[in-house]
Design a protein around this ligand. Structure first.
Ligand SMILES: Nc1ncnc2c1ncn2[C@@H]1O[C@H](COP(=O)(O)OS(=O)(=O)O)[C@@H](OP(=O)(O)O)[C@H]1O
Length: 341
């Protein structure tokens, strides 16, 4: 092992220890609850627990309970909701850039050039309600922007009942799986010691993935976007990538701040798209080092950003299997997900 590898390994070991300690520090109430829940081997934590109908790591369970008890939504709030590895970083960046475009003057450095999108749009479950904290969020600049991987039914009641808005994005589940698998292997390899790609894939097909089953997660937001289109905007990563201008304009309209013709003529829309692009974000110093969320490395957030990269990892039979599962689980909902597109 080279000295650089040793340092990297040491860093990862330390982060894993921190996570273990955080799990040990959970409140007794939460520990008791967790003991009563069905559990399966986790991908990046010792176990995932079946909590409120979805698979969840233990520290997130405590955070979600706190969030459900204490979060008071404002009508102006915007929540970026996603399945992990389906375009969260990108959508957070776009949302931040769209809603704050009138506050950023040409003479100032854009916050997205010096902060990672996860630092500008905090996750309820990883940043805001961690370690039993109940932060005072009333002084945050409005509109307040938050991120979450929590399924729709488990969002705080005040989000569902207020006029706050939710933008949801999901992605071809095979690419989502590959992105998650590679991200965790790179960022947290110690957590995947005995799990082969095939085993992880089988777990995924059985719905066992943080915040999954994936199909339930999609369906929760999908159904809400149909019944309350002003409340939930439902996006797909592939469509956002293929028709970025159209969809960025759609997001702005949904958020009540459409781009004017003048802004379009002056390159404001184009500028936002460029600023938030994979190529631009990947090259920023701020995104090359340091960690975010649950001690993940920022640099691994920007890998390939390609549609259909799964072909480099899966056999045709794996693709067929997941495709069939998705078809069956989504059948009758009006939502379809072609893994081949
Ligand atoms: N700006 C931008 N534009 C397009 N695509 C982007 C962007 N930033 C990140 N990515 C790609 O998104 C994948 C990471 O997903 P998430 O951002 O959801 O990860 S996380 O849940 O926040 O950890 C991951 O996909 P893969 O490359 O397929 O692994 C990233 O490369």
């Amino acid at each position: 092992m080279t000295p650089t590898n040793v340092t990297h390994f040491e860093e990862i070991r330390k982060r894993v220890e921190v996570i273990m300690e955080e799990e040990d520090k959970l409140s007794q109430e939460c520990k008791d609850l967790i003991l009563s829940l069905p559990r399966e081997k986790g991908w990046r934590t010792r176990y995932l627990y079946l909590f409120q109908g979805f698979w969840c790591p233990p520290t997130e369970i405590e955070a979600i309970i706190n969030f459900q008890k204490h979060f008071q939504a404002k009508d102006s709030d915007v929540v970026v909701a996603t399945i992990p590895k389906s375009g969260t970083t990108w959508l957070k960046a776009l949302t931040f850039a769209i809603v704050n475009r009138h506050c950023v003057t040409p003479s100032m450095t854009h916050p997205l050039l010096t902060f990672n999108p996860h630092e500008l749009v905090p996750f309820f479950e990883y940043n805001v309600y961690v370690n039993g904290q109940i932060p005072d969020l009333s002084n945050m600049i409005e509109p307040r922007l938050f991120g979450t991987h929590i399924p729709f039914p488990s969002l705080a009641k005040s989000i569902k009942e207020s006029n706050s808005r939710i933008i949801f994005i999901c992605r071809n589940p095979l690419d989502t799986f590959v992105s998650a698998w590679i991200f965790l292997n790179k960022s947290m390899p110690e957590y995947l010691p005995e799990l082969t790609l095939e085993e992880a894939f089988d777990m995924y097909c059985n719905g066992i993935i943080a915040f999954g089953p994936t199909w339930n997660h999609m369906l929760g937001y999908w159904k809400e976007s149909i019944s309350r289109p002003k409340k939930v905007l439902f996006l797909k990563y592939e469509e956002l990538k293929k028709h970025v201008n159209f969809n960025v304009k759609r997001i702005a309209e949904f958020l009540g701040c459409p781009f004017t013709q003048e802004e379009e003529n002056n390159g404001v829309l184009e500028g936002i798209i460029k600023l938030c692009s994979f190529e631009k974000m990947k090259e920023l110093e701020v995104n090359k080092s340091g960690t975010f969320g649950r001690h993940f490395e920022k640099k691994h957030l920007f890998r390939k950003a390609e549609i259909g990269d799964w072909v480099n990892y899966f056999s045709p039979s794996m693709a067929k299997k997941l495709s069939q599962i998705m078809e069956e689980k989504l059948s009758g909902s009006g939502l379809s997900f072609n893994v081949y597109s």
